[in-house]
Design a protein around this ligand. Sequence first.
Ligand code: DOR
Ligand code: ZN
Length: 458
Amino acid sequence: MTYDIVIRGGTLVTATGRFSADLAIEGERIAAIVTPGTPLDAVRVIDATGKHVIPGAIDVHSHHREPGYTHKEDIVSATSACAAGGVTTSFAMPNVQPPPNTVERLDAIIDLYNAKALVDWNINAAGTVPEEIPGLASRGIAAFKVFMVVDTGRDYPHMPGIGVHDHGKLLEIFETIEPTGVPLMVHPHDQALMGHIEEGFWARGERDALAYAKAYSAHDGIIWDTAAALLLRLQKATGTPLHLLHTQTTGVIEQLRTAKAAGQHVTAELNPWAVFLGNDWRNIERLGSYALSYYVPEKNTEPLWAALADGTIDLISTDHAPHTREEKEPGWTDGWKAHTGTPSTQFYVPMFLDAAVTGRLTLERTVDLLATAPAKAFGLANKGKLEVGADADIAIVDLDAELEITDAIVLSKIGHTPYAGKRVRGVVDTTIVRGRPVYENGGVTGTPGWGRQARPSR
Ligand code: DOR
Ligand code: ZN
């Protein structure tokens, strides 16, 4: 038979090992993995000599901004950046307008993705309206998302309709989601404590980005730790699978260890900003709000890497959160006016490959964190692995080449990155989504509409 594509000469890396092999693709699936040099007919041969072949990254947490905030990003620009960054599946977050908290709204957004996405996708529906939860769950979503944050002093990124911090309402949401079997992602945040902390900063006249950074990390991350404690307790009470977002404190890491040891159904993620950006006060001083997502005090860095290595943190997702310069600039004088969040979808795979090259993590664990574990956590049975029969979602990467991250190469609509100037070892050469190259030779070759909903099998 003649295969559609054969990738020759590369080193395949999975969550459990690495080996030299040639990989054949037929249609949308991996059709054969064979000893290097085995004669195979192919329409197209990709030479991967000296390169590594890994499952494409699965990003379960990304802010694509469409509909409603397309001046920041849209489905085409976000998924183009995914293609260039080795990301073959990207889940969209619900802080768009109108938010997908009803079936009708979710269906309208699904139509947009069917027409526009270059890579595979899903949508994390807002689980804020209990009556809508069963209907939303029937639409092939892989997760619900609830923010515990409601912004003070601005109306984005945490606008009304997506945030719930009342404990009783949260319990009701956990109870309602449980029978659907769909995991619930929560952005942990203690609004009441934060209210008090903010008042203190403002009363002292501290309002700039540095004050904002300190407020969110006050008392060793108390707003994160108390919220996580509540969520883990609600998980225990209801049995609803919980996915904890934005892991960044040693306090949360310890709670995760205890909950997992007790057999609780919880997964946790780390976002790139927690170890490559917001964990260095010099970046906050240099970049102000452009470096915030959140300030993650330096003492958390080593425990976070250890938790990634030992499985306490299950997976890496981007929290890709593009905002324009106009939305970031006010932070120099008022950090509460600037929109919080940092972009990363195009560069996080290279940054974590660099962490593997420099020995922070093994290459296998890196692949696990980026692809295999997210697929497993969200029930994507055919994704996140290099196996015969699996979706041919693949990134071919060059670990000997260096990438210099610059604003000029940013595909995200905003055209800037807080990682500009950073040099990393690990360049994405080619990205393949279900058998079709969507990025190669330095350019995006995918087309809007190729991406398909990555439905979980439960
Ligand atoms: O930093 C953040 N940015 N945190 C969030 O919870 C939302 C996100 C965004 O949408 O920009
Ligand atoms: Zn987010």
